[in-house]
Design a protein around this ligand. Sequence first.
Ligand SMILES: Cc1cc2nc3c(=O)[nH]c(=O)nc-3n(C[C@H](O)[C@H](O)[C@H](O)COP(=O)(O)OP(=O)(O)OC[C@H]3O[C@@H](n4cnc5c(N)ncnc54)[C@H](O)[C@@H]3O)c2cc1C
Ligand code: FES
Length: 289
Amino acid sequence: MDKIIEEARIVYQERVLGQTFRLGLHSPEIVSAARPGQFVMVRVREGMDPLLRRPFSFSRIYPERGDFEILYRVVGRGSLLLSRLAPGEGLNLVGPLGNGFELPGKESAPLAFIAGGIGIAPLLELIARITSERGKKGAEGLRLFYGARCADELLPEDALRMPGLRVHFSTDDGSSGYKGRITRMFEEVLAEGEFRPCGIYSCGPLAMQHSVAKWALSTDTLAQLSMESLMACGIGACLGCALPASTPEDPGAERFVHVCEDGPIFLAGSIKWKNIPAQQTAPPTWPFN
Ligand SMILES: Cc1cc2nc3c(=O)[nH]c(=O)nc-3n(C[C@H](O)[C@H](O)[C@H](O)COP(=O)(O)OP(=O)(O)OC[C@H]3O[C@@H](n4cnc5c(N)ncnc54)[C@H](O)[C@@H]3O)c2cc1C
Ligand code: FES
């Protein structure tokens, strides 16, 4: 599908908590082709400053009104400028980009969603789709494991209320929910023996994703991970978002894939974890951005 360039209109801009915002955009052409797990490249301001577009996932998609939502955290200049925009203003977008999540079948197999911090964003639309397709009864085997550094960085429970979904919270400092990493909580819940997922969808920091992948591979569970990378173009042109991985055509071999075009969703087993450069966890400052 061709990428669409569209001038979207801001419908709403709300602070959800701390440095986290919800941005509602009217963008009917992009919305008509968007799927959970895909993203848009946003020109946060006209002109050369900042030069590059910024990638943001679809956190909700509303095809009936041609709108979608971005849930984002202010971490630098681009996201700060974004947070200052007001309803009625325009925003230039390219999208939908990337492959998106593979949706599960309609049957009621138990699924786990694992989110770290702002990694909750792309999972929200995915969970909404699955719960609405399954209906309340079938959604009962759906669990969200959602962790953040502290309570101030966790979305309120109301924002996560979906039919049949059970949510487990954790914070690193213990200020809300389980104290410790969300992946540890996940493993402890599984050890209780009541819940065993047939599939996992996950988005969050690299160390969390690696830990999810290790568990999934050791138990032969299918895991789809939404991977992050610094992105300059978002369309496979700059080669800046390379990730060491294998491809379905040649699972034994290693080559570099591109998070923007081949991903951002990858199967846990396709990523060559030990060969991911260290700067993926602490990305270098761009020479220009
Ligand atoms: C496919 C994809 C989807 C994304 N979806 C969301 C989303 O839904 N919500 C959201 O809040 N963020 C999302 N991000 C991350 C978001 O793109 C960055 O936070 C944003 O580009 C930062 O721009 P900035 O100008 O504010 O910060 P910059 O000034 O560019 O950077 C500030 C700091 O954040 C780091 N940083 C920048 N981009 C990334 C990145 N991609 N991964 C890790 N660290 C980064 C920089 O190295 C620097 O330390 C997504 C990233 C990708 C690749
Ligand atoms: S961001 Fe340019 S190739 Fe992926």
